[in-house]
Structure formats: C-alpha cells, structure tokens
Design a protein around this ligand. Structure first.
Ligand SMILES: [Fe+2]
Ligand SMILES: [Fe+2]
Length: 165
C-alpha cells in the first residue's frame, strides 16, 4: 500500500488582479495556472470535481486565447514581421477551442470525457511550449513594450472574466 498524500506546498493562490505584470509574465502565469488545473484533474476521481475543474480550465483557456488573439499576437506579429509563429499558434487555438466546445456541457461520465481532457492537456502543453520557447523569446527581443502590452492584456482579461462570471 502506498500513501498518496502529497502536500501541496506550492499551491499559492493566483492573485492576478492589480499586480502589474509584463505581457509575457502574465501569459506564463496563465499557462502555469492551467497546467496546475490539468494536474488536479489527473488526480481526482470525483465526477463533481472533474466537472468543476474542466469548467475552470475551459474558461481560463478561452479568456487566455482571446487576449492572445486580440492583443498579444497582433502586436508580436507586427513587431516581428512574423508569418509563421502567430499563424501556427492561431491554428492551434482553433483545435483547442474545438475540444473546449466538445467538453463544455458534456458529462464527465466515462473514458471519452477523460480522453478529451487528456488530449486537450497535450495540445495545450505542446502549444505552450512553442509559445514560451519560440514566440516569447523572439517577442522579448522585439521593440514591443511588454509592460504596456501586459497592462492592456490584464485590463481586457478582467473585463472578459467579469463577463463570464
Ligand atoms: Fe496561445
Ligand atoms: Fe498562451
């Protein structure tokens, strides 16, 4: 028998509001928060908890994708004269949104639901890796003011979260 007690020592509550972050820090914090939620999903067997976690994941990903598409991607695309990374990321967002649509309103009642969550988690992991390793690195080196961009993204995020609530 193994004990499955894992002390959640790093579970710092995400206090996004009012903390001025540059655009990349803001997006990375979102990525971390979602990855944490996927990890929690993997650990739970409770159907109620699964449903609540998936709702949280879908909302977080939807808002995140929207601020990227509305604010971050266009700024980066223009500054980097990018014809590759942003279009690819946009296509990946479409796949993510498709899975979100399949999960929203579905009942966590079996292997297909778990499979969808797992595939969503894998898509997101892949997408996040490309953003963080390629796009963010190049964006940082560009002329875009990341603090200013972060401020408009934070404002838009608050607005979208308020609408969703
Ligand atoms: Fe993205
Ligand atoms: Fe992202």
């Amino acid at each position: 028998m193994t004990t499955t007690k894992t002390p959640s020592k790093t579970a710092a509550p995400s206090k996004v509001k009012a903390s001025p972050k540059d655009a990349i820090a803001l997006l990375k914090a979102d990525h971390d928060a979602v990855s944490q939620l996927f990890a929690e999903y993997e650990k739970t067997r409770s159907v109620t908890k699964k449903k609540a976690l998936v709702a949280e994941i879908c909302d977080a990903l939807t808002v995140h994708a929207q601020i990227e598409e509305e604010i971050f991607y266009p700024a980066v695309k223009a500054a980097m004269k990018d014809k590759l990374l942003v279009p690819e990321a946009t296509v990946e967002h479409a796949s993510v949104k498709d899975l979100i649509a399949q999960l929203e309103g579905a009942e966590p009642d079996g292997e297909m639901y778990d499979a969808k969550v797992r595939v969503l988690s894998e898509y997101v992991k892949h997408h996040v890796k490309e953003e963080q390793n390629e796009m963010f690195a190049k964006a940082k080196a560009s002329s875009v003011d990341m603090v200013e961009l972060g401020a408009s993204m934070a404002a838009r995020k608050d607005e979208l979260l308020a609408q969703a609530a």
